[in-house]
Design a protein around this ligand. Structure first.
Ligand code: FAD
Length: 495
């Protein structure tokens, strides 16, 4: 990439959630200094799935100046307080990964150490009892609390979100071109991308290109051949089927992830419908069996035909190469177990904005961007692998493969450190905080053998005061909350 040439003409290829998230943010930030064009093909369409998010999306929306009630109305969103995992440790058991803080950390040690000490002193309450988000989720309650005391995300229709962002992007000067990209033209001398040639014959020249063409990865892979790291040996699921159904009950403020003998199923409640899907490993389950399993388990009238999807889990070796950055599915993919794809789009777009200050970009920026994006993906990958590796299930070849597989050293270290000492550390701005790891490790049956000695320094009375105080405060706050359904209706109804 020519580092001295100002980036004036930016072309986004693809208009799914990734394309329009990028367009809305770039148009808002640089709309007056760049010419922004997005090309998409209605004939090809979008992947058409993606409904569960994580809390940082709130920050993204705030940065874009989006009114939360408008956004929720436009995307049919509900609030999400976490994910319930059923049948992951063993068939018939469940646990919850909430977005909240459990208990209260002490400066010297996390709350889990005090909870573990409490167990030895006859305080039998579960770790879950000390988490506001988790208890609110199971009580099906929600409200915005002062100081963001209830941490949340959304369930939404990502196609509606893309449409919502499209309007913002166009209002801020982005130009949309309808058409199919037939060829990616390279600059013979430097090897950068020079233009996208459409089937209509139109040529879209650019100084910088954002590849949001989904799994096709037309620019970053098709033209620039950056290569792909395949992580299927750690995350063996490679197929999904999605279907939408009518709601049969008030929307839960959490996602359900229900394991089966060759993968898992999701249930995601929106205001107007429910999203359902099955993720599975094609080595152990045929497409027909998976479809039959999904369709026989959904509740409510089927609103769409099943959407069959194939994927390979892994990451592009370079997400930014020459004058092209891949955002969204073109940059890599991991199954939606912890709802991280839309978040990775958000991170890529915000990083891109940080590194495109006045136009001139150095190779160091590119290397830094690639390093940060890959670090995110590796950390998320490890977190997903944890759900599979730390299983006690041995009832099917799929689960035996997961249970017995070799895992990345980074993950092994994290698990063993927790098992031996009860400690978890968050490094390099890792997305999943300590409490996320603790909830999933405990939920999957990894119990620490020791805890920080500072916890034992509390007198029995101090310990009881601390533990009972937190639980009572959680219970009292949950009691004071309105039902999730009523709150969504009121919040979205308010203009
Ligand atoms: P796409 O939606 O595929 O968009 C690609 C765009 O490129 C389209 O506009 C298409 O028309 C265009 N295009 C392609 N080729 C051409 C061409 N030749 N010419 C012109 N235009 C072209 N994420 C979450 O955060 N939470 C979830 O719960 C979640 N669930 C998921 C479940 C499954 C089974 C899958 C597969 C993904 C899920 N995701 C989830 C991921 C999420 O759907 C995607 O990250 C998100 O929708 C972004 O997709 P995209 O924009 O990169 O690609």
């Amino acid at each position: 990439m020519n580092s001295n040439k100002p980036l004036k003409r930016v072309v986004i290829a693809g208009g799914g959630t990734a394309g329009w998230m990028a367009a809305a943010a770039l148009a808002r930030t640089f709309g007056d200094v760049i010419d922004l064009t997005l090309v998409e093909s209605e004939m090809i369409g979008t992947v058409g799935v993606g409904e569960a998010t994580i809390p940082p999306l709130i920050v993204y929306n705030r940065l874009l100046g989006i009114n939360e009630a408008d956004f929720m109305r436009s995307t049919q969103a509900t609030f999400k307080l976490g994910i319930e995992f059923e049948n992951w440790k063993v068939d018939g058991e469940k646990y919850f990964h909430s977005f909240g803080q459990t208990g209260r950390d002490h400066w010297s040690a996390g709350f889990q150490h005090f909870w573990l000490h409490g167990l030895t002193k006859g305080h039998t309450a579960s770790y879950d009892d000390y988490c506001l988000e988790l208890q609110a989720a199971y009580a099906e309650k929600f409200a915005h609390l002062p100081d963001d005391r209830l941490n949340y995300a959304y369930h939404l229709d990502s196609s509606l979100y893309a449409a919502f962002l499209r309007k913002m992007a166009e209002d801020n000067g982005a130009r949309r071109v309808e058409g199919k990209i037939a060829e990616v033209e390279l600059d013979g001398e430097r090897g950068d991308i020079a233009a996208l040639k459409l089937e209509s014959g139109e040529r879209l020249e650019g100084d910088f290109f954002v590849d949001c063409t989904g799994f096709r990865a037309l620019l970053i892979e098709g033209a620039l051949h950056v290569g792909f790291d395949d992580w299927t040996h750690w995350l063996p699921c490679d197929r999904a089927i999605a279907v939408q159904t009518a709601s049969v009950r008030p929307p839960l403020p959490y996602t359900r992830a229900i394991a089966h003998d060759a993968g898992w199923q999701w249930r995601i409640p929106l205001q107007h419908r429910q999203g359902n899907g099955i993720v599975y490993c094609s080595r152990y389950l045929s497409e027909d069996e998976a479809a039959e399993r999904l369709l026989s388990s959904v509740e409510g009238e089927q609103l769409t035909k099943p959407n069959f999807l194939r994927f390979t889990t892994g990451a592009r070796r370079k997400q930014w190469h020459r004058n092209c950055v891949a955002v969204g599915l073109s940059s890599g993919f991991m199954e939606p177990l912890e709802s991280t794809s839309i978040h990775l789009i958000q991170r890529a777009v915000l990083r891109l904005i940080r590194m495109l200050p006045g136009g001139a970009v150095s190779q160091r920026d590119i290397d830094e961007f690639n390093d940060q994006q890959l670090t995110d993906m590796v950390q998320i990958r490890d977190f997903l692998v944890l759900h599979y590796k730390a299983t006690e299930r041995g009832d099917s070849p799929f689960w035996r493969q997961c249970r017995d597989m070799e895992i990345p050293d980074t993950l092994r270290h994290k698990i063993e450190l927790f098992r031996e000492t009860g400690r978890v550390f968050r490094k390099n701005e890792e997305l999943f905080v300590e409490n996320s790891w603790i909830q999933v490790m405990l939920g999957q049956g990894i119990m620490p053998e020791a805890y920080h000695p500072i916890a034992a320094k509390l007198t029995d009375q101090e310990l009881a005061g601390m533990l009972d105080g937190i639980r009572q405060s959680v219970t009292k706050t949950v009691e004071s909350l309105p039902s999730h359904e009523a709150y969504v209706a009121r919040f979205c109804g308010a203009k």
